[in-house]
Write a protein that binds this ligand. Structure first.
Ligand SMILES: NC(=O)c1ccc[n+]([C@@H]2O[C@H](COP(=O)([O-])OP(=O)(O)OC[C@H]3O[C@@H](n4cnc5c(N)ncnc54)[C@H](OP(=O)(O)O)[C@@H]3O)[C@@H](O)[C@H]2O)c1
Length: 333
């Protein structure tokens, strides 16, 4: 292991048990992890927040506690583990996807670490990586979206949602988005949604509105990260031989259902996860290079809701679960 000077303890946030944001505990005495084979140790400057962090905290996705949450970060490599580290070097400024991001140091698999290209300002690469790759892989692989297709995007002003709006517009798809506030509706419109439906308004019938917009036909595809509250309607608004991509559970997990419901319209249904599309180093680097190119060429706008301090972690989770955010949330380390 080659290293620079590394302390033995660090600041970070421990998720001490399953529960509300109150189980997130800011500490100054956490042990600095050591990189094992195939890992690199990164001194983080920013940690990304993703909705999945709330699932691990709340126990929707089971994981051993105590644990350090956080699936992405930006920082500098300070040590390399043994084995394959893909030419990464100590001192490189990088972004990464993995686990343990709410801390000064993270030991993560080198496979999902990418150098930050010249010209991409601080925070932008980490604000883009996980949510941008999710949107990019969903429109390429889950439902390879074509020019002219109608696509419904739920939570269109969220982190993944704003990426989907921009990328779908770029490929020439026609986006109908949903969101819960006037500001979110405006933001998603700006990002490329042609029609927006405010699904928090009491009288809004989302199914009727989508069918009206699409001339009674329905959409070619639905991208749904909301889950429980929207899934049944997804099956109603998707057209014959259309695709429902259910990729998250912000409102709760979609309950088990009878697959025969898919039969009348021959619906394709997927429940993908981004890591399944970037499992190899080549997949990760190819998609990441494309994502960074979009940013360098000013083709995508990266919306950062707010940069919080690490000590404010409980409020970060409250804001995200309280539906008060648009775009990406970050914590300064
Ligand atoms: N499968 C994967 O690999 C993958 C990867 C990344 C993200 N995801 C999923 O994608 C979704 C979006 O993730 P994100 O990090 O970008 O979060 P986000 O969209 O920024 O935040 C979640 C949004 O969901 C909407 N929502 C609807 N009902 C909700 C409810 N009952 N409680 C809270 N929020 C509700 C809210 O928007 P409105 O107020 O406009 O309704 C909220 O802002 C999540 O489900 C996440 O798990 C999946």
């Amino acid at each position: 292991m080659s290293t620079t000077t590394i302390p033995t303890t660090m600041r970070g946030v421990l998720c001490t048990a399953v529960g509300s944001p109150s189980v997130l505990s800011y500490r100054t005495d956490l042990p600095v992890p050591r990189p094992s084979a195939g890992q690199v140790l990164i001194r983080n400057t920013y940690a990304g927040i993703n909705y999945i962090d709330t699932y691990f905290r709340a126990g929707i996705y089971p994981s051993p506690k105590p644990e350090i949450l956080g699936r992405d970060g930006e920082g500098v490599i300070v040590a390399l583990g043994e084995g394959e580290t893909y030419g990464l070097h100590v001192g490189a400024k990088v972004v990464w996807m993995g686990s343990g991001g709410y801390a000064e140091y993270s030991a993560v698999s080198a496979l999902h670490v990418a150098p930050v290209p010249e010209g991409i300002p601080e925070t932008i690469a980490v604000a883009s990586l996980l949510q941008g790759l999710t949107a990019l892989t969903m429109i390429r692989e889950a439902h390879p979206t074509k020019r002219g297709e109608w696509v419904l995007v739920h939570a269109a002003a969220g982190g993944v949602g704003l990426w989907l709006c921009q990328l779908l517009k770029a490929v020439g798809a026609r986006v109908i988005g949903t969101a819960s506030t006037v500001q979110k509706v405006e933001e998603a419109h700006r990002a490329g949604a042609e029609y927006m439906i405010n699904y928090s308004e009491e009288k809004t019938d989302v199914v009727a509105r989508v069918l009206e917009i699409t001339g009674g036909v329905g959409v070619d595809a639905v991208f749904d990260g909301v889950g429980k509250d929207t899934f049944d309607d997804d099956l109603k608004v998707v057209k014959r031989k259309g695709t429902v991509v259910s990729f998250g559970n912000a409102s709760g997990v979609v309950p088990p259902f009878a697959i025969s419901k898919l039969a009348p319209k021959c619906i394709k249904l997927l429940r993908p996860q981004v890591f399944g599309y970037i499992t190899t180093r080549q997949e990760f680097t190819t998609y990441t290079a494309e994502l960074f190119r979009f940013i360098q060429e000013n083709k995508m706008e990266v919306k950062i809701h707010k940069v919080y301090e690490l000590e404010d972690v409980q409020r970060v989770h409250e804001d995200l679960e309280g539906r008060r955010t648009m775009g990406k949330l970050l914590m300064r380390i």
